[in-house]
Design a protein around this ligand. Structure first.
Ligand SMILES: *[C@@H]1O[C@H](CO)[C@@H](O)[C@H](O)[C@H]1NC(C)=O
Length: 399
């Protein structure tokens, strides 16, 4: 049985990781820069190198076209989720895109891009065409990418603190950072976390249910082969879509995008006008290990570091089990915004998170009254400004 599972896992892994030229190295003409320009706002690109050599691109809207350059502004940093990028925050345009809303409200808006995505595929000495580049997962985004980007933002602006907004994996990375490097709290005035993801034992994504039992094991494969770029082929996604996504109300196009497989598709809120932009910018690239680490959490119901199997765990962590993230110790003021219909961040898991956190750090836990609001609606839901972002903006102003 174990051998059978191992073989099936191998085959599936090969299917997922084989880079078909049609999918790999996507070069879409829709980019964060082109989108922001199209809406008439100023946009800058900034590069930063992490201490382990990854070269990341940040996008910045320094001021709003509606207000003009008003001089020094407080800083907000936006961090995208799994398979996503800085485009998330701008593709819905000035009325609904959070980056524009914050810019109009007087903020200097910076948007991060994690290693491996469309805008952050460079390294001082490694190439994304070869395997060693992809030996990372979201723990590294938390302890390398975020510190590098946040420090650069503070240095460039001369500010001492910034406010952080994350979606999905952008919240996980913040939990990793603030629980692993507690001193960083001095630089983050508040963290506003949309669809927060820490514990995952109750995740409802169909993809997790299928892949979890196979790939959520302590990872011996990784020991042998290392990680790889996660590149679901369009054929594989079409097959998955037809197997898993049976809802007739759903347009077929959603079910061929891995993002909806993870985040859910049965939402009446998704602004379908945005589908062309969403399809053009996502999936934006990640490493297979990012997926595996989440699937391990799904299987183990622990929010802890990557499980390499007991032998390597002993080497890496000095213990046969990986260490838990110290969520109790987080001191940054945190605001959570979550919903009932989120396949990725289920209510039970968010409850575990919020009851584990120190109550002095948890400033707000806003459970949305919109029952059908799902994981991706936090970015692209209809009327997201009135429904959610006005509240987030209020919290940012008052934090
Ligand atoms: C849906 O998206 C389009 C394109 O950005 C936008 O013009 C429209 O206002 C959005 N609709 C709602 C109700 O949010």
């Amino acid at each position: 049985m174990r051998l059978f599972r191992f073989v099936v896992a191998q085959v599936l892994l090969a299917c997922l990781a084989i880079a078909l030229p049609a999918d790999g190295g996507r070069s879409s003409s829709v980019t964060t820069v082109s989108l922001v320009k199209q809406f008439g706002y100023p946009i800058q690109e900034h590069e930063v190198q992490t201490s382990d050599g990854y070269i990341l691109t940040m996008h910045r809207i320094p001021y709003s076209k509606r207000t003009g350059d008003t001089g020094k502004r407080p800083v907000v940093f936006l961090m995208h989720g799994l398979l996503c990028s800085s485009s998330d925050w701008v593709l819905s345009g000035p009325d609904n895109g959070l980056a524009f809303i914050l810019s109009d409200a007087g903020y200097d808006v910076w948007m991060g891009n994690a290693r491996g995505n469309t805008y952050s595929r460079r390294h001082a000495s490694k190439t994304p065409l070869l395997q060693p580049f992809w030996n990372f997962e979201w723990h590294d985004i938390g302890i390398y990418d975020l510190p590098a980007m946040l420090d650069k933002v503070l240095y460039s602006t001369g500010e001492e603190q910034l406010q952080y907004v994350g979606h999905s994996q952008g919240t996980t990375a913040l939990f990793v950072l603030t629980s692993s490097i507690p001193l960083f709290k001095r630089r983050i005035r508040s963290a506003h976390l949309l669809a927060p993801v820490a514990w995952m034992g109750n995740m409802e994504s169909p993809l997790a249910k299928v892949a979890g039992p196979l790939f959520g094991q302590p990872n011996a494969l990784i020991e042998l082969f290392g990680s790889a770029e996660f590149l679901p082929s369009s054929k594989a996604m079409e097959l998955m879509g037809s197997l898993l996504c049976r809802d007739h109300a759903v347009t077929q196009v959603m079910c061929t995008n891995v993002l909806f497989m993870l985040g859910g598709w049965d939402s009446p809120y998704l602004n379908t006008t945005l589908m062309p932009e969403i399809m053009a910018t996502t999936p934006a690239g990640c490493s297979v290990n990012q997926m595996f680490h989440y699937l391990q959490e799904y299987n183990s119901n622990y929010f802890r570091q990557f499980d390499y199997g007991s032998t390597r765990n002993k080497k890496e962590y000095g213990n046969k089990n990986p260490p838990n993230y110290n969520v109790e110790g987080i001191e940054v003021p945190v605001y959570l915004y979550y919903s009932d219909n989120d396949y990725f961040a289920s209510l039970i898991d968010v409850d575990t998170l919020r009851y584990t956190m120190n109550p002095n750090s948890l400033k707000r836990a806003y459970r949305m009254p919109e029952e059908k609001w799902n994981h991706l609606d936090f970015l692209w839901g209809l009327n997201v400004k009135e429904i959610l972002y006005d509240k987030v903006l209020d919290d940012i102003l008052n934090a």
